[in-house]
Design a protein around this ligand. Structure first.
Ligand code: GLA
Length: 731
C-alpha cells in the first residue's frame, strides 16, 4: 500500500499520433486524503498535473495532462503548470525563482534530473532535482507528505557551480496551482493588540500580495498563514479549503495570482523586498518550509490536521506537558523587588500553578531597566533592586515550591546601555542618517556571528549559573528600523535573510545544549507565530490584548493554524466589565496562565481561580492534546462555542460564550462533534463561582453521544459577557 501511495510512477503510453512509445515520468506526493502529482513534460521540464482529493485508481494518473489548463492554445503551447516556474520563461506570470547570472543573463530554465524518496517519521520525503542546461544552477524541490495528518511540507534548495556568485531576486519556497470556479482568500491581518483578524475576499484576475517588511517583529501587521476557499469562501464544517503557513520568522510574502484562463497560483516564500541575495558557488540556499493541508470538510478539519501534525512533528515538546504559570507583567510592570517577587511566588503556589514567570525589568546597572528607555542588552541583574540576583529568586521559588522562569529580549538593545556603548557596530543602524527608534530600542545584527555568540550567551550564562531556571519568555519588541549592517558591508541585500538565519543558529545551539528548557515566543504580543520558530519554542504569546472578548476572536484566528498547546493565554484585569470567571474561561481554552495580583481578588474569586486551575489540569488531555471543534464563530453573531475532546473520546469540555446578544434573539442549541455516538456522556457545568448554582438546563444529565451531536445543548443565554464551561464525561 505504502509503495503505491508514494510511488514515482513511470508509465509507458503510446502516443498514437506519433506512433511511438514515450516514457512518462509521473511523481506522486500522497497523504491518506490528498494527491499532489507532477509530470515531466515532453520538454523535460516539471509540471504540476494535479492537487486535490486522493485519486483512487492508479490508471487515472495517465489521464492527467501536463498542460491540461494551458488555455486555448494548449495544443501548441509549452505552457503548463511548471512546478517551480523561473523568470524569463514563456509562462508570462509570476515565477518562483528569479536569478541574474554572473554574465547578466536573467533567464533560467529548469529541467528534470531525477527524484528519490525516503521514509521519514510520519510520512515520505520526496526530493526532485532540477537543473538548468545552460548555467550550472540546481534546484531541489522537497516534499514531505505526512500520511495520516494530511499535511504536506515543502521547501526548495538552490545552489550553483559557477565561479562568480549569482544574484537571486526571487526565491520562493514552492508553487501550487488550482483550477476551480472561484477562489476566496482568508487573510489574517494584525497589529499590536489586534492579532489574527480574519477577513475574506474573492481573488479575481491579477495578483494579491500579502507580505511583511518588518524584519524582526515580522508578523506584527499580518501573520504568515492564509486560507483559500475553493469554489466559495472557506467554511468551518464543509467545503474544500487550502490552509497554508510559512515557517519563517522574518519578512514573508504570499503571492496569489489568477491568470488569463482562471488558474490560481500560490507562491509562498521569503519576501525578497530589499533582499537581492548573492549566492556563492556550492553554497546551498534553503528556503523556509511551506506547510499546507487541503481539507475537504472545511477549516475545522484542516485545523485538526495541522494541530495533530504540529504536536507530533514540528512544535517543540509537542507531545509533552505544559507549565501553568503566574506572570508579573500586568501586575507590577517594572515596579518590584526581591520581597515582592518572593510574595508572588507564594501566590503562584497558592493558586495552584506550576511556575512563577518574572517579566521585564530585572536587569541593567549603569542604565537600570526602570522603564522601556534603558537597559536592553545588559543582562545582569540590577543589584540594588535584586541584591541576591537570580540565585536568590531561584531559592525563593524553591521555598515556595514553584518553578522559576524569566523574561529576556536578547536580540535587542537600548542605545542607553553598556552593550551599545561597547559595541555600536553590533547594531542595525544607518551610518549616515537619523535613527528611527521603535520602543526606544534597536535591533542587534544577528547576521554577525559575534552577535550570535552574545545572544546565545544571554541564555547560556543564566542557565550555567542557575541550572534551575525552568523557562524563558523570549521577547522581540522592535521591527528592524534603519536597515544597515556594518558586518554585511557591500552585501546589504543579504541582511533581512541572514538576520533570521542568525536567529535560528542561536536557537539551534540553545536547543542542543538545553533541550529540556521550555520557552515562550513573544513579540510585543503575537508578532512571531510561525512553525520554524516553534521548532525551538513550546508556545507563543498570542497578544498583549487580554480583554477576553477580544481574545475570543484572536484565539479563534490563531487556532486555525496552531494547537491550543502552542498558544499562551493569561487571565489579567483587562476589561473589568467582565468577571474573573469569564476571563479565566477564555484563557482556559489555551495554555493557561495568570498575570494578576491575587490581592485584587475576593475570597470567592480566589477560590474560583484555584478550582479553575485544578479543572484545567484535569482536562489537559482534551484541551492540550485532544481534538478541537470550533462550533460557533464569534464572527457570525453574538456568541461563540469551542469544544475539546480527548483522543479516546472519553473526556471533553465545551466553552460557550454570550458576548453581546440582542434582546430575545433566537438562541440555537450547540451540537457537539466528534463524540462516540453510542457512548453515554454526563454533561456537567464546571468553573462556577463558589456558591453559584448552575443555570445550564441539562446540567447533570446523561445523553448518548449521538444525541449530543444531533440535538445539542442549551448553553447560550441573553446576558452580555457570560461564559459557561461544560465538562463532558463518558459514563
Ligand atoms: C512585550 C510583551 C509583554 C511584556 C512586555 C515587557 O510588550 O508582549 O508581554 O513582556 O513586552 O516589556
Amino acid at each position: 500500500m505504502k509503495n503505491i501511495l508514494a510511488a514515482v510512477l513511470t508509465i509507458a503510453v503510446t502516443v498514437s499520433a506519433m506512433a511511438e512509445s514515450v516514457e512518462r515520468k509521473i511523481i506522486r506526493i500522497a497523504t491518506d486524503n490528498t494527491d499532489l502529482v507532477f509530470e515531466v513534460g515532453p520538454n523535460k521540464r516539471l509540471y504540476q498535473t494535479y492537487l486535490g482529493k486522493k485519486l483512487n485508481n492508479p490508471e487515472d494518473f495517465k489521464n492527467l495532462s501536463w498542460n491540461q489548463y494551458a488555455g486555448s492554445d494548449g495544443s501548441v503551447s509549452t505552457r503548463g503548470w511548471e512546478a517551480y516556474s523561473t523568470s524569463g520563461n514563456e509562462d508570462f506570470f509570476e515565477p518562483a525563482l528569479g536569478i541574474t547570472h554572473s554574465d547578466g543573463n536573467m533567464t533560467t530554465y529548469l529541467y528534470y534530473v531525477d527524484s528519490s524518496e525516503e521514509n521519514v517519521p510520519g510520512g515520505t520525503h520526496t526530493r526532485i532535482r532540477l537543473r538548468d542546461d545552460k548555467y550550472p544552477v540546481n534546484v531541489t524541490l522537497n516534499y514531505v507528505a505526512y500520511t495520516k495528518e494530511n499535511v504536506i511540507k515543502t521547501w526548495s534548495e538552490i545552489s550553483h557551480q559557477v565561479k562568480k556568485p549569482i544574484t537571486m531576486s526571487q526565491y520562493a519556497s514552492a508553487m501550487l496551482y488550482f483550477n476551480e470556479p472561484s477562489y476566496w482568500l482568508t487573510e489574517f491581518s494584525s497589529d499590536w493588540a489586534k492579532e489574527a483578524q480574519m477577513n475574506v475576499q474573492e481573488l479575481k484576475f491579477g495578483k494579491k500580495v500579502i507580505d511583511t517588511k518588518l524584519g524582526s517583529r515580522a508578523a506584527m501587521l499580518t501573520h504568515p498563514f492564509f486560507e483559500i476557499g475553493l469554489n466559495g469562501p472557506a467554511k468551518e464544517h464543509s467545503g474544500e479549503v487550502l490552509m497554508g503557513t510559512l515557517g519563517w520568522t522574518g519578512n514573508f510574502r504570499f503571492t496569489f495570482e489568477v491568470d488569463n484562463v482562471g488558474n490560481l497560483r500560490v507562491i509562498p516564500g521569503i519576501n525578497p523586498y530589499a533582499s537581492n541575495y548573492e549566492l556563492k558557488a556550492n553554497d546551498v540556499f534553503t528556503t523556509p518550509e511551506f506547510i499546507f493541508t487541503l481539507s475537504y470538510d472545511g477549516t475545522n478539519q484542516g485545523s485538526r490536521n495541522l494541530h495533530d501534525w504540529a504536536r507530533r512533528y514540528q512544535l517543540k515538546d509537542g507531545m509533552k506537558g505544559r507549565l501553568t504559570l503566574l506572570n508579573n507583567w500586568e501586575n507590577t510592570a517594572f515596579d518590584f523587588d526581591q520581597e515582592v517577587l518572593a510574595e508572588l511566588m507564594k501566590e503562584a503556589k497558592h493558586l495552584g500553578v506550576d511556575m512563577f514567570l518574572l517579566d521585564d525589568g530585572w536587569f541593567g546597572n549603569k542604565y537600570p531597566r526602570k522603564d522601556d528607555h534603558a537597559g536592553l542588552g545588559d543582562w545582569e541583574v540590577t543589584h540594588d533592586k535584586l541584591p541576591g540576583g537570580i540565585p536568590a529568586l531561584v531559592d525563593a521559588a524553591k521555598e515556595a515550591d514553584v518553578k522559576f522562569g524569566i523574561w529576556i529580549e536578547p536580540e535587542m538593545v537600548n542605545p542607553k546601555s553598556e552593550l551599545y556603548e561597547k559595541h555600536p557596530e553590533w547594531v542595525i543602524e544607518q551610518p549616515n542618517r537619523d535613527t528611527y527608534y521603535y520602543r526606544n530600542q534597536l535591533v542587534l545584527d544577528m547576521s554577525n556571528p559575534k552577535v550570535q555568540d552574545h545572544v546565545f550567551g544571554v541564555v547560556d550564562d543564566i542557565l550555567k549559573e542557575n541550572p534551575d531556571v525552568a523557562y524563558f519568555k523570549w521577547d522581540c519588541n522592535s521591527p528592524i528600523t534603519n536597515i544597515y549592517s556594518p558586518y554585511a558591508k557591500d552585501k546589504q541585500g543579504q541582511l533581512y535573510v541572514d538576520h533570521v538565519k542568525g536567529i535560528y543558529n542561536v536557537l539551534k545551539r540553545i536547543k542542543e545544549k538545553y533541550p529540556d528548557v521550555p520557552m515562550m515566543l513573544c513579540s510585543g504580543g503575537g508578532a512571531r507565530c510561525d512553525y520554524e520558530a516553534l521548532k525551538y519554542f513550546t508556545e507563543f504569546w498570542c497578544s498583549d490584548n487580554t480583554d477576553p472578548i477580544e481574545r475570543i476572536f484572536i484565539q479563534w484566528g490563531f487556532s486555525q493554524f496552531f494547537p491550543a498547546k502552542a498558544m499562551a493565554a493569561h487571565v489579567t484585569s483587562w476589561n473589568k466589565n467582565t468577571t474573573l470567571k469569564f476571563r479565566t474561561d477564555v484563557a482556559a481554552m489555551c495554555k493557561l496562565g495568570f498575570d494578576i495580583g491575587l490581592q485584587e481578588l475576593s475570597a470567592e474569586e480566589l477560590e474560583f481561580a484555584q478550582q479553575a486551575v485544578a479543572n484545567w489540569k484535569r482536562l489537559e488531555p482534551a484541551i492540550m492534546d485532544g481534538d478541537q471543534y470550533r462550533l460557533v464563530s464569534p464572527y457570525d453573531g453574538n456568541h461563540a462555542a469551542v469544544e475539546y475532546l480527548d483522543k479516546s473520546k472519553t473526556m471533553g469540555v465545551l466553552f460557550a460564550y454570550d458576548i453581546a446578544p440582542r434582546f430575545r434573539e433566537k438562541l440555537s442549541r450547540v451540537k457537539l462533534q466528534g463524540l462516540d455516538g453510542k457512548q453515554k456522556y454526563l454533561v456537567k457545568e464546571i468553573n462556577l463561582m463558589p456558591g453559584d448554582a448552575s443555570t445550564f438546563p441539562q446540567n447533570g444529565k446523561v445523553f448518548t453521544g449521538d444525541y449530543l451531536m444531533k440535538v445539542g445543548l442549551d448553553v447560550f443565554g441573553y446576558e452580555h459577557n457570560v461564559s459557561r464551561v461544560i465538562e463532558i464525561i463518558a459514563q
